[in-house]
Write a protein that binds this ligand. Structure first.
Ligand SMILES: NC(=O)c1ccc[n+]([C@@H]2O[C@H](COP(=O)([O-])OP(=O)(O)OC[C@H]3O[C@@H](n4cnc5c(N)ncnc54)[C@H](OP(=O)(O)O)[C@@H]3O)[C@@H](O)[C@H]2O)c1
Length: 237
């Protein structure tokens, strides 16, 4: 199930769907979801519950950074801090993914009691993957770009991931925050330079997705609640 804010205006998703065979296409549902809208979240949870009764993996990918030209962020100094922008970033980058996790937690339940797993095929555990950012690391922040509200909102997401990991672990659900690396998407476009591209510092989307799926595939219970980059290296909180 792919969830998008405005179905029909997600060109990458649409071209992917158009490339599929009829049989493959029939296995993918597209739902409307604004992660800041609790009614949308509850509707998605209800629809999945009624149709499938379970969720094996939740990928929280939606995020906002801004472009500095048409938005107040990402901020370069304190004077650029804008309350509404700060609240919106929190809503999309931190509260939205945590509300989705909360509303889907029952469907993600993979274990009943200590050893009674509910899934008989593939991975026994279910997963929640949250896309975060290296700049969210408080420990790693030794100066450079201010980017206040983006850093704050992703650090809040990371805190939510660690906090929820204890409760989710008891039901057989693992959760992580992953940094995809600088990837060639609409979000990073305003911050890419020719030099970065020449040095291979901007990853093609397919590369990033492949690396992130490798990290997810190699995940063990000890990784739940952690913060990792695209190569599986731990990032300090
Ligand atoms: N690209 C990078 O270099 C990079 C680096 C570090 C972390 N990340 C993180 O990776 C994730 C994916 O980013 P990306 O590079 O793919 O950025 P992107 O191309 O800007 O995609 C972000 C997506 O989030 C959607 N979105 C925004 N607000 C939403 C809402 N309220 N409800 C539902 N969807 C919403 C956007 O929808 P619309 O297009 O309809 O607005 C867009 O499709 C983000 O969480 C980002 O913070 C990316």
């Amino acid at each position: 199930m792919a969830c998008v804010m405005r179905p029909g205006s997600a060109p990458a998703l649409d071209s992917y769907l158009n490339s599929l065979s009829r049989e493959e296409r029939s296995r993918i549902e597209v739902h409307k979801l604004d992660v800041t809208n609790i009614h949308h979240i509850e509707q998605v949870a209800k629809d999945i519950g009624e149709t499938y009764g379970r969720v094996d993996g939740l990928f929280n990918v939606a995020g906002v950074l801004g472009d500095k030209e048409t938005t107040p962020g990402p901020e370069m100094n304190l004077s650029q801090l804008d309350q509404k922008w700060a609240e919106d970033q929190m809503a999309v980058n931190a509260i939205g993914p945590m509300m989705l996790t909360a509303k889907l937690a029952g469907l993600l339940k993979a274990r009943k009691g200590r050893n009674n797993y509910l899934r008989s095929t593939g991975a026994r555990e279910s997963i929640v993957v949250n896309l975060s950012a290296r700049v969210a690391s408080i420990d790693d922040n030794q100066g450079g770009l201010a980017w206040y509200t983006y850093r704050m909102s992703k650090a809040a997401l990371n805190a939510g991931v660690r906090a929820s990991s204890h409760e989710l672990r008891r039901q057989g659900t693992w959760t992580v925050a992953l940094y995809p690396g600088m990837t060639d998407t609409a979000m990073s476009k305003p911050f890419q330079s020719e030099a970065m591209r020449e040095k291979g510092l901007v990853f093609p989307v397919e590369f990033t997705v492949g690396r992130l799926m490798d990290v997810v595939d190699r995940m063990e219970e000890e990784n739940t609640g952690g913060f990792y980059d695209w190569a599986g290296q731990a990032i300090p909180f």
